[in-house]
Design a protein around this ligand. Structure first.
Ligand code: 4NP
Length: 150
């Protein structure tokens, strides 16, 4: 299974989603390939936000090997699943999809816990206190996905 996590900047939410899914896949002995990207390019090459690094570390997940990159259309071929964090990411990524097969790979990550509700992971960039809630939402979503695929 090859999974790409996508948000806007690839420094706050999707690095956490990548780190959490990698951690859980390793715990279950799953040889999955997991990566993340941003729809925007402003932060390309940067480490995750220090607040994402801190909450992940507190929960036992190291995300300091990650560097931000922008989503590109080749990702539709490279990955089996493309999980987006919010409804804006969903429309931005779907706009780049050239085929129905590509579109079918894209889903809101919170559909794993609340199917059909179109829920977004809140952008914590301007909210220092939002990071733990984001971590917990992503942890639950990744847990549900893994349980369905082991
Ligand atoms: P992310 O959060 O999409 O979860 O990485 C953001 C990071 C940076 C910005 C916005 C959202 N920004 O505007 O620079």
């Amino acid at each position: 299974m090859k999974i790409l996590m996508v948000c806007l900047g690839n420094i706050c939410r999707s690095p956490l989603a990548e780190g959490i899914m990698k951690h859980k896949a390793a715990e279950h002995g799953l040889d999955w390939h997991i990566d993340s990207a941003g729809t925007g390019s402003w932060h390309s090459g940067q480490l995750p936000d220090r607040r994402s690094i801190a909450i992940a570390r507190q929960k036992g997940v190291d995300i300091t090997d990650q560097r931000a990159r922008q989503f590109h259309t080749g990702d539709f071929e490279q990955f089996d699943m493309i999980f987006v964090m919010d409804t804006q990411n969903l429309s931005d990524v779907l706009r780049l999809a050239a085929t129905p097969a590509h579109r079918e790979k894209v889903a809101l990550i919170l559909d794993q816990t609340s199917p059909g509700q179109r829920l977004s992971v809140p952008d914590p960039y301007y909210d220092d206190n939002g990071f733990e809630e984001v971590f917990n939402m992503l942890d639950e979503a990744c847990h549900h996905f893994i349980q369905r695929h082991i």
